[in-house]
Structures are given as structure tokens and as C-alpha cells.
Design a protein around this ligand. Structure first.
Ligand code: ADP
Ligand code: MG
Length: 426
């Protein structure tokens, strides 16, 4: 049984995949025999998470659209500004978090554009709804903001309203790559932490809980210090929460990155392998001390750094100071020093490896949202990417301006053209 009962609850828990299939062995086999049929046979050993229907209402440039899909990868083509990324963004709201643009919820509701007739109103609320399938099970997910409902995202699963976004993670998972992420290794550590936490949530949906709780506590602490409300009991209790959640985050990251490292190191198709690790003070402490001792040390460090943190307006200790370090395993070079092309290939390799690990651990690959993916890749890499997606059995949603890039997918993908706020099957 590859699907843990606690990860796919109630109406999805009968998904059983054939145990004993070695993904690694299948990957080696695929290198020797790249026939799509062999790969599909492998993918068929696992359940597939796929969107069957996606409906958007007043979502960005879409007034109302509905896309019907099967389990194959999806190709969306259209000119710049057509609305391709908007569709991927809508899908990214089917999992916990702020979506692939990290947009403000208020920016998502459809706005009237200059060429619309004056009697067309801008929208207030918006909705994204999907029918998903895993194995033989169907699942209805709806999310959005109600008109006049303020900045609160409503989540419905099979018709019942859920209190927390985290519920979504028990059923769905998605990983994405966007052109903005091309600078992931060059920019600040916060993007890399988000990236790794996102990968981990696919493997371990419970990870989202402590991440959200920690951020909430940290914001409260920073605010209190900034406002000069130096109430020791209040700060003690916030720092206690930060220490508990902080150590949970660090420990989960370390465990997941260790599992990922073994898979990522091998590389995948023509995508290079990477040596990855979490680094930071907490990680160093965890090397020599048990988790409980590290939790105490974090609590104490936070307490002792209050006056210094009043000046900086930020917290000096915690998992928000850690970083994901990545080295190209072929050249030994740190990712930031690799060429732009190498960095892209490294990123793709990491995401694919995480999808492979997730397939092994949860019984299905995540939805893959690959924005403008083909443009950056030469023909060999594109071919390899398509083969790996087929091997994983992942419903990858890929966008591009040029349909020709996706020609090698043949009948292995379904195609849609995006234009003028509409999406048409081709
Ligand atoms: N809230 C909104 N309401 C209406 N249109 C929007 C909204 N947010 C973004 N857009 C429009 O969506 C279009 C961008 O869509 P996008 O999916 O990024 O295009 P692309 O096909 O290049 O990926 C732009 O023309 C932008 O003005
Ligand atoms: Mg785009």
C-alpha cells in the first residue's frame, strides 16, 4: 500500500498501488529502452492525480471558463498576455498557500479592462473549482473569495466548507516552475526556503501546519518588539510557540531533504544531479544535540536576543534564517555559480526528483505546473522532460507561445489554445 491512509482520507483511501516497484530501477530501464509504451506501463503501476475539469469564474482575465481534461499532460499555447499563466495560477490555488504568483487575493478578482464595454462590471469575488481524480476516485475542490467577503479564501472539498487551507494538502499536491524561479539560486534565501517547503509539503502535507504557525508567531513577536510592547510573559509565550514550531520545521526539512538528496543526487534523464542540504544555525545545533535540547536552545536564544531584535525589527534565530544549499553534482560547483542553463536544468532535476519521490511515498505524482518551460530547453532536454513526465504519469500543465515545442508529445498530450479570455481545445 503506497498511499498512507492518513494522507488520502475518506473517499480516496481505497487507492492501492502495486507495491514493490522500484522507481530507480524503472528509471534505469527507461534510459535503455525509451519507448513510451514501457514508460506508460511503469506509470500505470501508480495512481494518477489529475484534473478532469477546471472551472474559473471571474478569475483574472477569465469571466467564466471551463476546461475538460483527461489524465494526459496538458499543453496551453497562446501569445504573451493571453492568460496561460493565469490558468496555472488557478490550479496552484487547489493546494494550500498563496499560489504560484504569491498574489494578494484582492488582485485576483477580474478587473474590467480598457476594451470592455462600460457596463461590464469588475468582479468582486472569484472562484476556481476543479474535479480531480486519483485512481478511481473523484474529488470536488472549490476555492475562492466571496463577493464582499474581504480577504478570506474559502475552501470547499466535496461540497463541505473546510476551516483550514491545510486540508487541501491531504488530497492534492502540485509543484511548479515559473520563469521567475530562474533566479532562485541568485536571489535571497527566502525564495529557496519557500521552494524547499513547497517540495516538502508534497511529500508531507503536515509540514504546512508548523510553517504557517511559526510565521504567525514570528510576525507577532516582531510586531510586539517594534511597538515597544516589551511584555515578558507575552513574549515568552510567543517565543515558546516559535521554538516548538521552529524545531518541527527544521526537523521535517532535514528528514525530507535527506530522503530527497538520495534521489536528486542521481540526476534524472539529461537533467544534472544535485547535492542538496539545509544549512543554518538550527541545522548545526541538530547535528550535535537532540531535538528537545535544540528547542530549548532556540527558546533561550530568542529570549536573549530581544533587545538586539528591537533594533533590527526581525528575529535573529529560527528556521527562517536557514537556507537550501545546492551544488551541481557533476561539476561540484555551487548552483549560484552555474550557468543560467545549468541552473534551470538543476531546478528541473530537483522538481522532477521530488515528484518521483512523492510518487514512491504517496502513490501518485503531483500536478506539475511548468510555465514557459519549453522556451528554455534545447531539443534533447525537452524530449527528456516529456519522457520523464510520461514515466511519472504526472498531469503536467505546460505553457508556451510556440506549439511546435510540444510536437514530440504527439498524442501523449492534450492541447488547448488560449486567447481573448477563452480556452479552446485543439
Ligand atoms: N485581476 C485581473 N483582472 C483582469 N485581467 C487580469 C487580472 N490580473 C491579470 N490580468 C491580465 O491577465 C493577462 C496576463 O495573463 P497571463 O496568464 O500572465 O498571460 P500569459 O499567457 O502571458 O501567461 C494580462 O493581460 C493581465 O492584464
Ligand atoms: Mg505567462
Amino acid at each position: 500500500m503506497l498511499i498512507a491512509a492518513n494522507q488520502l482520507a475518506v473517499n480516496m483511501d481505497s487507492g492501492v498501488a502495486t507495491p514493490g516497484i522500484s522507481f530507480a530501477a524503472a528509471t534505469r530501464q527507461s534510459a535503455a529502452e525509451t519507448g513510451a509504451r514501457n514508460m506508460m506501463a511503469f506509470a500505470d503501476q501508480f495512481d494518477r492525480l489529475a484534473i478532469k475539469r477546471l472551472s474559473l469564474t471571474d478569475f483574472r482575465c477569465y469571466r467564466q471558463i471551463r476546461i475538460e481534461t483527461d489524465r494526459r499532460p496538458v499543453v496551453l499555447t497562446g501569445v504573451n498576455g493571453a492568460g496561460k499563466t493565469n490558468i496555472l495560477e488557478a490550479i496552484s490555488f487547489l493546494i494550500p498557500g498563496r499560489g504560484l504568483r504569491r498574489a494578494k487575493l484582492a488582485d485576483i478578482a477580474r478587473r474590467q479592462t480598457a476594451d470592455e464595454s462600460p457596463d461590464t462590471m469588475s468582479a468582486d469575488g472569484w472562484a476556481a473549482a476543479a474535479t480531480l481524480t486519483v485512481g478511481d476516485m473523484n474529488l470536488e475542490i472549490g476555492t475562492g473569495c466571496e463577493a464582499g467577503g474581504g480577504n478570506k479564501r474559502v475552501i470547499k472539498i466535496d461540497g463541505s466548507v473546510k476551516k483550514s487551507q491545510a486540508e487541501l494538502g491531504r488530497y492534492t499536491s502540485a509543484q511548479w516552475l515559473t520563469p521567475q524561479m530562474d533566479r532562485l539560486f541568485l536571489e535571497g534565501a527566502s525564495g529557496r526556503r519557500r521552494f524547499v517547503d513547497q517540495l516538502i509539503c508534497g511529500l508531507d502535507p503536515e509540514h504546512a501546519g508548523p510553517v504557517a504557525a511559526y510565521e504567525h508567531s514570528m510576525r507577532s513577536r516582531n510586531k510586539l518588539l517594534r511597538e515597544g510592547k516589551n511584555d515578558p510573559a507575552w513574549l515568552d509565550s510567543i517565543e515558546d510557540s516559535m521554538a516548538q514550531h521552529g524545531i518541527a520545521i527544521a526537523a521535517r526539512r532535514q528528514a525530507a531533504v535527506n530522503r530527497l538528496r538520495a534521489v536528486i543526487h542521481r540526476g534524472y534523464g539529461v537533467f544534472p544531479g544535485a547535492n542538496i542540504a539545509m544549512s543554518g544555525a538550527l541545522e548545526n545545533w541538530l547535528e550535535s544535540d537532540p531535538a528537545l535540547a535544540v528547542e530549548d536552545r532556540l527558546r533561550q536564544s530568542l529570549s536573549e536576543s530581544r533587545s538586539q531584535d528591537i533594533e533590527s525589527g526581525a528575529s535573529s534565530f529560527g528556521p527562517h534564517k536557514s537556507d537550501l544549499t545546492v551544488y551541481h553534482s557533476g561539476t561540484g560547483m555551487e548552483a549560484a555559480l552555474c550557468s543560467t542553463g545549468e541552473q534551470k536544468a538543476l531546478l528541473i532535476g530537483i522538481v522532477l526528483a521530488a515528484a518521483r519521490l512523492q510518487t514512491e511515498e504517496r502513490g501518485h505524482a503531483p500536478l506539475l505546473l511548468l510555465d514557459e518551460i519549453a522556451a528554455h530547453l534545447d531539443e534533447t532536454k525537452r524530449q527528456s522532460l516529456f519522457e520523464i513526465i510520461a514515466l511519472l504519469g504526472a498531469q503536467a500543465w505546460m505553457t508556451g507561445t510556440d506549439e511546435n515545442f510540444f510536437a514530440p508529445l504527439g498524442s501523449g498530450a492534450q492541447r488547448f489554445r488560449v486567447a481573448d479570455g477563452a480556452v479552446e481545445a485543439v
